[in-house]
Write a protein that binds this ligand. Structure first.
Ligand code: NAP
Length: 501
């Protein structure tokens, strides 16, 4: 990284964004990312304007069509991804520190996310080198094959909860497929995307192939989505925003990947290993302070163990260490902003109004040392039906709703009774039951006796209102490619229809 971005807690970020290959001051409004542990403004950066988006699209179109990029063989293009991965690794501590400062996540989490981002660039470099076109079975006097072309300019719009991982998840396969990328990070958390942009520049990625355009979604994000020169948008964020983007995509007849919200069930059967289940439920809902699309936020517990399991869960929740992400041992950091924390608090008030019992948490911590940060105590609520707002709406904070169940068939109906379909956890010693229930649950990912384990080699997707399209996995490159079929005529004589020859 050319500039030292983190010096202890002081952040030294130049007021520059990456527009079409040039680092310069953005023409949009100033963004003031805040450290959620202290409330301090970390940096002042002019974001992008719609004119900056225009410039980035034009530069991206030129860069993607330039033979110096377009004609690279796969193993040559892969080298750029390897170099970016190496630079991410070499700057891992700074990147993790920066992400912890800007999101409040613990250093343990951000170190893992940085390592995973480097792994994502390496994985897609390897996927690119081994990506095969196919000869399809011929049904006539011709040879048929399918190949994949780049789309051109791709928009990548990411949320604030895990910036470096969601940025890499889009930028790496999009570049691997031969595109130029406009990356728009969330306005609260632009710092890591800008740092990754610096590393891509340092890696020698040709100018214009990556633009980093922080700014508001309603202006910069909207301009990217609606621009005629943008041929695909890959979006991660809330379902309502995804719906808006989907409408514009329909007007443009443009492919989209939408990774959206969730309200995922975690199911504890009576034969579950209780230690594993408690640890998994806690990790599933309270890591990242619950600010995770795949958070296991609806915990279904079999009635026969409800009265023993729930008190254990509550006791273990109360023992979680809440504090700054920089402090070793912290398990639950602050929420991303005060306004988001207050929104979570309002949802817990809604639960109370709906008749829910708050078994622990349900308030901000009274520790004076945490008073400046946007903290909220890990919260467990029961006594609500599955139809309650708190059981149905994504809270995106450290709030678990616990629901008893009796019958397996009824459980599957209740677990699927949500607009979302992102993830599910099943805790049981009976693998036949795990298979049965896992297949019946409507979700993109099912974990059995584990939770929130993610691997770039395994596809990730949502169903129902949790999204469309697939990220990760070897085939992830295809999401950023146009499929093309080619027929080579092998007939010795002219085609018969015209009656020639
Ligand atoms: P969000 O409000 O939908 O924002 C996500 C991104 O979209 C931000 O960069 C945002 O910009 C931008 N945006 C907002 N309106 C836009 C528009 N009209 N056109 C184009 N871009 C627009 O979501 P969030 O609150 O940041 O993130 C939390 C949500 O993300 C949760 O629902 C969570 O479940 C979901 N999520 C899903 C996954 C998954 O893989 N399924 C992963 C992580 C998070 P601003 O900065 O201005 O808001």
């Amino acid at each position: 990284m050319s500039q030292s971005l983190v010096t202890a807690v002081r952040i030294d970020v130049p007021d520059e964004i990456l527009v079409g290959g040039r680092w310069r001051t953005g023409a949009g409004p100033v963004l003031e990312p805040v450290d959620p542990a202290t409330g301090e403004v970390l940096a002042r950066i002019h974001g992008a304007s719609t004119a900056d988006v225009e410039e980035a699209v034009a530069a991206g179109e030129r860069a993607a069509a330039d033979p110096a990029w377009r004609d690279l063989l796969p193993h040559q293009r892969a080298r750029y991804l390897h170099r970016i991965a190496e630079l991410i690794d070499a700057n891992a501590e700074q990147l993790a520190g920066l992400q912890t400062a800007n999101t409040g996540k613990t250093l343990t989490e951000t170190r893992a996310l940085v390592a995973s981002a480097a792994g994502t660039f390496r994985f897609f470099a390897a996927a690119l080198e081994t990506h095969e076109s196919a000869l399809t079975p011929s049904r006539g006097e011709y040879l048929t094959m399918r190949v994949h072309d780049p789309i051109g300019v791709v928009g990548a719009i990411t949320p604030w909860n895990s910036p470096i991982a969601s940025d890499a998840q889009k930028v790496a396969p999009a570049l691997a497929a031969g595109n130029a990328v406009l990356l728009k990070p969330a306005r609260w958390t632009p710092l890591v995307a800008l740092a990754v942009g610096r590393l891509a520049t340092e890696a020698g990625l040709p100018a214009g192939l990556l633009s980093v355009l922080p700014g508001s979604g309603s202006e910069v994000g909207d301009a990217i989505v609606r621009h005629p020169g943008v041929g695909k948008v890959s979006f991660t964020g809330g379902t309502e925003t995804g719906r808006t983007i989907g409408r514009y995509a329909a007007e443009k007849i443009m492919p989209v990947t939408l990774e959206l919200g969730g309200k995922s069930p975690t199911i504890v059967f009576p034969d579950a290993d209780v230690d594993h289940a408690v640890a998994g439920v806690l990790f599933g809902i309270f890591s990242s302070s619950g600010q995770s699309c795949i958070a296991g936020s609806r915990v279904f517990v079999h009635e026969s163990i409800y009265d023993t399991f729930v008190p254990r869960l509550v006791e273990a929740t109360q023992r979680l260490r809440v504090g700054p992400g920089t402090e070793p041992g912290t398990q639950v950091g602050p929420l991303v902003t005060v306004s988001h924390r207050d929104q979570v608090a309002r949802m817990v008030d809604t639960a109370r109004a709906e008749g829910g019992r708050v078994l622990c948490g349900g308030e901000v911590p009274d520790d004076p040392e945490l008073a400046r940060g946007s903290y909220y105590l890990p919260t467990v609520i029961d006594g609500l039906p599955n139809s309650a707002r708190t059981s149905q709406e994504e809270i995106f904070g450290p709030v678990a709703v616990v629901l008893p169940f009796t019958d397996e068939d009824d459980l599957v109906v209740a677990a699927n009774d949500t607009v979302y379909g992102l993830a599910c956890g099943i805790w049981t010693a009976d693998y036949r039951r795990a298979w049965r229930v896992g297949r019946a649950i409507q979700a993109g990912t099912v974990w059995v006796n584990t939770y929130k384990q993610l691997s770039v080699s395994t596809p990730f997707s949502g169903t129902k209102e949790s999204g469309i399209g697939i990220e990760k996995g070897r085939q992830g490159i295809l999401s950023y490619s146009r499929q093309k079929s080619i027929y080579f005529g092998l007939n010795e004589r002219p085609l018969p229809w015209a009656g020639i020859g």
